[in-house]
Write a protein of this length. Sequence first.
Length: 426
Amino acid sequence: MADQKITMGKDGLLNVPDQPVIPFIEGDGIGPDVWNASRQVLDAAVEKVYGGKRKIEWKEILAGEKAFNKTGEWLPAETLAAAREYLVSIKGPLTTPVGGGIRSLNVAMRQELDLYVCLRPVKWYKGVPSPVVHPENMNMVIFRENTEDIYAGIEFAAGSPEAKKLLDFLTNELNAGKKIRFPESSAFGIKPVSKEGSERLVRAAIKFALEQKLPTVTIVHKGNIMKYTEGGFKQWGYELAEREFGDQVYTWGQWENAKKTQGEDEANASLKKAQAQGKLIVNDVIADNFLQQILISPKDYSVVATLNLNGDYISDAAAAAVGGIGIAPGANINYLTGHAVFEATHGTAPRFANTNTMNPSSLLLSGVMMLEYMGWHEAAACIEESLATTIMRKRVTIDFYNLMNDATLLKTSEFALEIIKNMKTS
């Protein structure tokens, strides 16, 4: 029988067969341990919920150390080809190669497949140890632009011919040399931020918020300092919201305009009216202030749209408030082509490789996101509810065990079996 592939329909919706082939990369370091546990739970949930009608056909593809040891390449062309062909894939953590060439396998995959959204939901599960008093107040979804910003990798070492040439250009052509404090010993990096890249990211965030009936999309930026890159991101985001979503949204730009023309009281009244009508409020916050706000008043934020570097900082900082990146899922998605790579958000932790001790929740919850993306919502809910039950019963891996009182310590594989045992169907 021919492979059953997930495809993108002309209507922009995924066509998911009952037995889709899904490529996986088990990952380096602790990757095999957390992947084997996650795969076992994913398969058990699909079997339990759908009674054998649906099943995932897993197809291993290679990247990282395993790929290098077998093929001499860190990211073989065949791997990217399979990810393109089958649309949806999942991966464990990968080692970043030392030396020249590819800077990061994760970044390379995102750029090669144009996975322009890094999607990071952040929510607390009852019983998970947290450093904050009210972790239950954190429930947001972060849309991080995934292909531009400093991650484009346009960087030149101090003293290199390229750095000298760029310094020459900045000094003689753009009259900007005086802004560089120590020109001869400076390294240079370039931060590209495009209107198209900004718009497609903000568009995805707004569509998600509208579909999920969430109250706000917050554009997080550093436009007060980087006026044409981060500031452009904010401006283009507001313009897109008003142009493409019309009466469905109310932006702070509209509020500021009402304030100028009608006064603050009238502006506030128009905002309250928009909220009462169920309109999506699109606002913005400076990035450093936002890092404070997610600790002080996380309830104020539901969907966040931000650029690549800010998103890196914000997603890990927010995850820390709900238990850390060990339980934080992630996905890299192109909503136009349907391509998506779901991934663990933590590193490879090579010290603990093959110890069967680490928490698989990050990769497992990324698998839950994958099931939701495929439209298999019942299986996704089954896993999420069972995971929450398992944590509440304090039967956990070493990371949570060390932070809980009266907990039972489980191996990675035992934790997976405990989740399977606690599964229920609605």
